[in-house]
Write a protein that binds this ligand. Structure first.
Ligand code: GRG
Length: 291
């Protein structure tokens, strides 16, 4: 049931992205960009945006611009993450990674172009939102993506390989690498809904917690699942000496950590009553998924 909804919304976002790209000038980079952007993926971040939007009664047409920007940044991060100088992965989403298919230079440039495309979406004149709010969105996504966010988190992830790191250091790295984009998924909806700064801060926090939950369960999948399910090679973290909760605490204690983080998130979401049912279903999906 939820799977069907995730797929249906994912297809709508893909159509929105395709229609937008179709109107742009044709370039060599468009093919690797579209390969990295539209080659499957669960669209979990877009689904969170759409379900959060329901809580504030926002129109989907506005939310699609947020989803598009987030999927661009997410796909960019995956393309670069798979590069030989980063995690060196040959498979992604059940297919060859973008650099394996098109070469390293086109993959780097396609990733760079998806980064800037995200900001095209947020500043698009057809995105009917006051300029002041658009600037707030642009600044917020820039902060989430840069050295204090995703890029900084990725730097720590690579530097931590085969080193001794404590729980706080690992969680801080994962909150940056993965949590910050989830944080934007929630705060951006609050910005569009014209919420005040303290409400936006609360949204940022819950988004980041959900992102942390997602990253830890992603690490579980690497430990327990298969390429057939996940579409990417598994069992890589141990081989690469990646610092994860499992590497520090072991699987059972990490599972306990996940259960208590999930409880904390659910208790916050339940305050929104029936409106939050769809979001709660996504949290359940995140912790129970096998892909
Ligand atoms: C993107 C600003 C920016 C910088 C690049 C390479 C890099 C720096 C960051 C890597 C960040 C990264 C890959 C984090 C892992 C996040 C994660 C758990 C990805 C898997 O997400 P899913 O399962 O993927 O939602 P699908 O394929 O379903 O879309």
């Amino acid at each position: 049931m939820l799977n069907k909804k995730l797929i249906k919304n994912g297809k709508l976002i893909d159509i929105f992205l395709k229609n937008y790209l179709r109107k742009q000038k044709k370039t060599n980079l468009l093919t690797p960009m579209m390969y990295g952007l539209l080659s499957g993926g669960k669209k979990i971040r877009s689904n969170l945006i759409l379900d959060m939007g329901k809580i504030f009664n926002l129109k989907r047409s506005k939310l699609f611009y947020l989803c598009a920007a987030v999927e661009c940044i997410h796909s960019y991060s995956l393309i670069h993450d798979d590069l030989p100088c980063m995690d060196d992965d040959r498979f992604r989403r059940g297919k060859l990674s973008t650099h394996v298919k098109f070469g390293e230079a086109p993959a780097i440039l396609a990733g760079n172009s998806l980064l800037t495309l995200a900001f095209e979406f947020l500043s698009d004149e057809k995105f009917k939102l006051h300029d002041r709010l658009k600037i707030k969105l642009i600044k917020s996504l820039a902060i989430c993506s840069g050295h204090t966010g995703i890029a900084g988190g990725q730097d720590l992830d690579l530097k931590f390989e085969n080193k001794k790191r404590n729980l706080n250091q690992i969680i801080d790295m994962q909150r940056k690498k993965t949590g910050k984009l989830f944080s934007f998924c929630f705060s951006s909806v609050g910005i569009v809904a014209k919420k005040n700064n303290s409400e936006i801060l609360k949204l940022e926090k819950i988004g980041e917690d959900i992102g942390l939950l997602f990253q830890i369960t992603d690490d579980f999948l690497d430990f327990t699942s298969t390429k057939k399910n996940t579409g990417k090679l598994t069992n890589k973290d141990i081989k690469k000496g990646k610092k994860t909760l499992i590497s520090l605490l072991g699987y059972k204690r990490s599972l306990k950590f996940v259960n208590s983080l999930e409880k904390k998130i659910l208790s916050k979401l339940k305050k929104h009553g029936r409106n939050a049912i769809d979001l709660i279903n996504i949290i359940n999906f995140i912790t129970k998924r096998n892909y």
